[in-house]
Design a protein around this ligand. Structure first.
Ligand SMILES: [Zn+2]
Ligand SMILES: [Zn+2]
Length: 64
């Protein structure tokens, strides 16, 4: 167990937490992207959930 956060594995934000640089973080919702389903928008990775929300919004707007 970690001496700092008393969690195993470490809580995010704990200085002892391992940094996985290969893991992408969504630029919109700051959630880690676990699979390869992401989109590159303005050079930043955006998860499929955020893109889906954006597309749904666009569709609703067009329907109005
Ligand atoms: Zn820790
Ligand atoms: Zn996202």
């Amino acid at each position: 167990m970690c001496e700092l956060c008393h969690e195993e594995p470490c809580l995010s934000g704990c200085p002892n937490a391992p940094v996985d640089t290969s893991r992408r973080i969504c630029a919109w919702c700051d959630e880690p992207i676990f699979d390869d389903l992401y989109f590159s928008i303005d050079g930043e990775p955006v998860c499929s959930d955020c893109v889906d929300d954006c597309r749904r919004y666009d569709t609703e707007r067009e329907a109005m």
